[in-house]
Write a protein that binds this ligand. Structure first.
Ligand code: Z5A
Length: 237
């Protein structure tokens, strides 16, 4: 029986090197003669992705719950595409996934709203804060990664990589809260991982030089290049 492709997710804070490392990994896998597909969330090309892009650039304001659901909807737009690539035996390498969705929404909800718009603050006071269980729900049953590589970096080191940009969440205090929520998510994913190590969450120290990070990531990805026997899991199930 042909094996399906592996689903590998790269997660991490801003400037941790996700996009850089995903590209290095893609080239290395292709040079080895294997098929790989790279996906990045948010995918800003769809109508939903465009709404997210506008929000991230502070060109529109939306209730936090709505934004969370948009990010999740953006993943659902690509869920069947991911499954189809995996069935074709291709390795899918995904730059950010549902874990980012939870981390950013929960972190945001645990602070004074970033927006200074009065109507948003009052709406947040009336509505319930975004908790981890609430944030997980819309992504339930999405394809579940076989491996998540979490690129860990302190916000201080991230700042030395050109500083934060213009997007909404690119602020040191927000990144610290996001890192804390990611730690909790990592514990939950690890608790759900199979005995054979499928669905693992691996923390990679991304504060080192690029090649050290690449080699550590490669050590985890290489065993998955020949594909996976088990069916694709479903997130949080
Ligand atoms: N978000 C959300 O709220 N909910 C969701 O469901 C999802 C996302 C999916 C946009 O994400 C925002 O959306 C993001 C989370 C939120 N907000 N924040 N913050 P995005 O993925 O489109 O954008 P990003 O996370 O801001 O990507 P980024 O800044 O491009 O980060 P990166 O991909 O981790 O880093 P990079 O581009 O590979 O590298 C950054 C720089 O560091 C670059 O100059 C590299 O050359 C350099 N670099 C990389 N590695 C190293 C090492 N090892 N040493 C030195 N320098 C390095």
């Amino acid at each position: 029986m042909t094996r399906r492709g592996a689903f590998v997710v790269v997660e991490g804070l801003d400037r941790s090197g996700k996009t850089t490392q995903a590209e290095i990994m893609r080239r290395r896998i292709q040079e080895g003669g294997r098929e790989v597909v790279c996906i990045k969330f948010p995918d800003r090309s769809t109508p939903i992705g465009k709404m997210i892009d506008s929000y991230l650039h502070s060109q529109s304001d939306l209730d936090d719950h709505v934004v969370h659901l948009l990010f999740s909807a953006n993943r659902w737009e690509f869920a069947s595409t991911i499954l189809s690539y995996l069935e074709q035996g291709k390795l899918v390498l995904c730059d950010r996934y549902a874990f980012s969705g939870i981390a950013f929404s929960v972190a945001k909800s645990s602070q004074t709203p970033i927006s200074t718009e009065g109507h948003l603050e009052s709406s947040l006071e009336k509505l319930s804060p975004i908790t981890l269980p609430w944030a997980r729900a819309p992504d339930s049953a999405l394809p579940s990664p076989d491996l998540t590589l979490f690129l860990d970096i302190s916000p201080e080191v991230a700042l030395t990589r050109g500083g934060y940009g213009e997007e909404r969440y690119e602020k040191a205090d927000m990144q610290k809260r996001v890192r804390n929520v990611f730690e909790e998510i990592g514990r939950q994913v690890s608790a759900n991982a199979g005995e054979a190590g499928d669905g693992r969450w691996v923390v990679v120290d991304a504060g080192r030089d690029m090649s050290a990070v690449t080699e550590e990531m490669w050590g985890h990805v290489q065993p998955l290049l020949d594909g996976v026997d088990s069916p694709v899991g479903r997130l949080w199930e």
